[in-house]
Design a protein around this ligand. Structure first.
Ligand code: NAP
Length: 242
């Protein structure tokens, strides 16, 4: 029996990633639930399956090269291709405060997941994405990565000191543009998505949006038709300035 379209979402065991998985499953995708923890991944798959989604657990820690390579080999063995990659796994990092009080180690920890993890997963999955008819890559960014918004005199983020997280999302935007450029002569589209301020574990549930609302823009970018953009950062309300 031919297998339907395949979508891998990293960090899909909870929060926005879980909701992206659910909404992609509702659209008929076979959802590979990327999770670094076996038990949390299994629970998410059980709950998605109970809701009628075709969900498969895939162990992947985006900071562990071996697990990334193993995950790609597993997808290759099972399906031979990948139609959608959502690089959703992300961390806020523990440290806040003025940049002068933040250590290089703090930055390194956040960059390992939010930037280097995305590059490592994308590079491992690209051979599989190239085999799909018209693959889509979505990187979960944030308005907090926008240099324009951060540097505006009336910045909405004045007083917010999360330099590791904020700059990691700026770097992720740059990485998104670079991949879009490399892949511009292929059917693959690469975009960044900003979900808005979503109540999840990442921000101790201080967001005003639900994970389902936050997931919607990622799902839209993951299911773009061939007239859609590539190399953009989009939120529900439109383009997020760089
Ligand atoms: P969340 O509820 O904390 O979920 C984060 C997910 O990432 C979890 O599944 C977590 O797995 C996973 N993860 C973390 N490090 C990982 C690693 N090394 N390998 C694999 N998985 C890893 O956060 P969220 O709010 O849904 O965030 C999802 C994405 O949206 C992140 O990229 C975040 O930066 C972005 N975002 C969120 C907001 C917001 O307001 N919440 C706003 C803008 C952007 P464990 O359960 O194992 O920890």
């Amino acid at each position: 029996m031919p297998v339907g379209r395949i979508a891998l979402i990293t960090g899909a065991n909870k929060g926005i990633g879980y909701e992206i998985a659910r909404q992609m499953g509702e659209r008929g995708y076979v959802v590979l639930v990327g999770a670094r923890d076996e038990v949390r991944g299994k629970q998410a798959v059980e709950s998605l399956s109970a809701g009628g989604v075709e969900a498969v657990r895939l162990r992947i820690d985006v900071t562990d090269e071996t697990s990334v390579v193993d995950a790609a080999a597993e997808i290759e063995r099972r399906y031979g291709r990948l139609d959608v990659l959502v690089n959703n796994a992300g961390i806020a990092g523990g440290s806040t405060g003025a940049p002068s009080t933040v250590s290089a180690a703090d930055l390194r920890q956040v960059y390992e997941t939010n930037v280097l993890g995305v590059v490592s997963v994308t590079n491992a999955m690209l051979p599989l994405l190239r085999r799909a008819e018209a693959a889509r890559i979505v990187n979960m960014s944030s308005h907090l990565g926008s240099l324009t918004l951060n540097s505006a005199p009336d910045s909405p983020f004045a007083g917010l000191n999360m330099v590791a997280y904020q700059s990691s999302k700026t770097a992720l935007n740059a990485v998104t543009v670079a991949y879009a450029k490399e892949l511009r002569d292929t059917p693959i589209k690469v975009n960044a998505a900003s979900p808005g301020v979503v109540a999840t574990d990442l921000n101790h549930h201080r967001g005003n949006r639900t994970p389902a609302q936050g997931a919607a823009i990622a799902v839209r970018l993951a299911t773009l038709d061939d007239t859609g953009p590539s190399g953009a950062c989009l939120a529900e309300e439109g383009v997020v300035p760089w």
